[in-house]
Design a protein around this ligand. Structure first.
Ligand SMILES: C[S@@+](CC[C@H](N)C(=O)[O-])C[C@H]1O[C@@H](n2cnc3c(N)ncnc32)[C@H](O)[C@@H]1O
Length: 256
């Protein structure tokens, strides 16, 4: 089988937007504290462009922190789900490589699990164009901590079956993204925030099944894997509740 392309994976979310909205993890309050600290400015009252907003998980939290947020999302299915879930938050269609936003109009440009779908040769200068002086570009990813045995064991099983692990492949991708800053003007500061949530095993399985590596391999392959996975997890977690732990890798660069 030909390996799925980056573009196929970037577009795969649209077909699973409802599954994504219902099962993907959120982000902890400490992440938004860290963003404010590294940016040296509060989110309250700030104009924020949240790019690759998806179903709006991060967008809604930014808004709850008092930000004046505009969501930008390229995908039809994700944008439709966003509108259902967040009818009061404005969203425009577009992508990070050519932001449909005025020059010097934002205090923050944010990417929650989405920067890696852009081409930094375009998205980095675009973020710099849109930010006001003293603004901040913030990129973050929920990644899987491999020091936790059950996560590490599951990562091996996913990698063996699909050739990649959805959240493990993002471990370090923030650092790689920073290295690919072609403008040389993005001096990123990194920070990691660990958090966890307790969810039913079925939520956990629907969560991992909403990652692009599962979506592009098709329902049959994903269902077969997730069915086997459920049996293994029920042995390890007989009460059917699982604690998912995440390390949010955050990168923030401010503009002068
Ligand atoms: C993993 S989801 C993240 C969604 C949301 N930010 C969150 O935290 O749940 C990645 C999103 O990036 C979008 N995307 C794909 N290519 C993109 C691009 N070039 N620029 C911006 N977003 C893109 C996808 O449509 C998808 O909604």
């Amino acid at each position: 089988m030909t390996a799925p392309s980056h573009t196929d994976r970037a577009r795969s979310f649209d077909a699973a937007a409802a599954q994504y909205a219902a099962n993907r993890p959120s982000y902890p309050p400490a992440l938004f504290d860290a963003i404010e600290e590294l940016a040296g400015r509060p989110l309250t009252g700030a104009r924020v462009i949240d790019v690759g907003a998806g179903t709006g998980i991060a967008t809604a939290l930014l808004r709850a922190r008092g930000a004046d947020v505009l969501a930008v999302e390229p995908g039809d299915g994700m944008a439709a789900q966003f509108r259902d879930t967040n009818p009061d938050i404005p969203i425009v269609r577009g992508n990070g490589n050519a932001l449909p936003v005025a020059t010097a109009s934002a205090d923050f440009v944010t990417y929650a699990q989405a920067w890696h779908w852009t081409d930094p040769a375009h998205s980095a200068p675009e973020a710099l164009r849109v930010l006001r002086p003293g603004g901040a570009l913030a990129l973050w990813w929920n990644t899987t901590p491999l020091d936790i045995p059950w996560h590490a064991e599951q990562a091996v099983r996913i990698e063996r079956r699909f050739g990649a692990h959805p959240a493990v492949e993002q471990n370090g991708s923030g650092a790689r993204a920073a290295l690919t800053d072609p403008t040389g003007r993005l001096a990123f500061t990194a920070c990691r925030v660990r958090w966890s949530r307790r969810v039913p095993i079925d939520t956990h399985l629907a969560n991992i099944g909403s990652h692009s590596i599962f979506l592009v391999h098709g329902t049959e392959a994903s269902t077969a894997f997730l069915t086997e996975e459920k049996q293994l997890l029920l042995t390890a977690f007989p009460d059917g509740i699982i604690e998912e732990t995440y390390d949010v890798d955050l990168l923030v660069a401010t503009t002068s």
